[in-house]
Write a protein that binds this ligand. Structure first.
Ligand code: CMP
Length: 137
């Protein structure tokens, strides 16, 4: 009997990846892995929404750059549901620093930088609750 549970998580395809035409490819990887899209929205987030979304980082030196980047162009947010979804998706996206991300992960295959690292994904149930509420507001 499996100990894993069915969970929800949020991914956000960042402006660098939408600009490069990677939305379909990225969502497709999750679907092929058995993660089911429950809700999807494309939007260019306002600075105010970006500041709320990334509030956990507001004291970090890179906060300004992060907010400017995420609000600089279209993003696509998807709520995914599946077995152990939060950890599974985090493994699939790879390390934050794209140059350290393993080949075969989304960042390892497509990302070019640190701020411009193609995709964001919730790292806990609490972040999922906050980020999904903010993104879809
Ligand atoms: P993400 O998973 O969206 O979560 C916060 C983001 O901050 C991270 O991906 C990076 O894109 C961005 N970032 C910019 N500079 C740094 C840094 N020095 N350390 C960690 N994250 C950073």
């Amino acid at each position: 009997m499996s100990q894993t549970q069915i969970e929800k998580t949020l991914i956000v395809v960042k402006p660098d990846a939408t600009a490069r035409g990677l939305v379909g490819e990225i969502i497709s990887r999750f679907e092929k892995r058995g993660l089911k899209p429950l809700d999807i929205r494309m939007q260019t987030v306002s600075r105010a929404k970006a500041e709320q979304f990334y509030a956990v980082h507001k004291e970090k030196p890179f906060f300004g750059e992060l907010v400017s980047f995420i609000s600089s162009g279209p993003t696509v947010g998807v709520i995914l549901e599946g077995r152990d979804a939060i950890a599974t998706v985090r493994r699939m996206i790879g390390s934050t620093k794209s140059w350290e991300a393993a080949p075969g992960t989304i960042r390892g295959d497509y990302a070019t930088g640190l701020t411009d690292n193609a995709i964001h994904a919730s790292d806990s149930k609490e972040s999922f609750e906050w980020e999904s509420k903010t993104y879809f507001s």
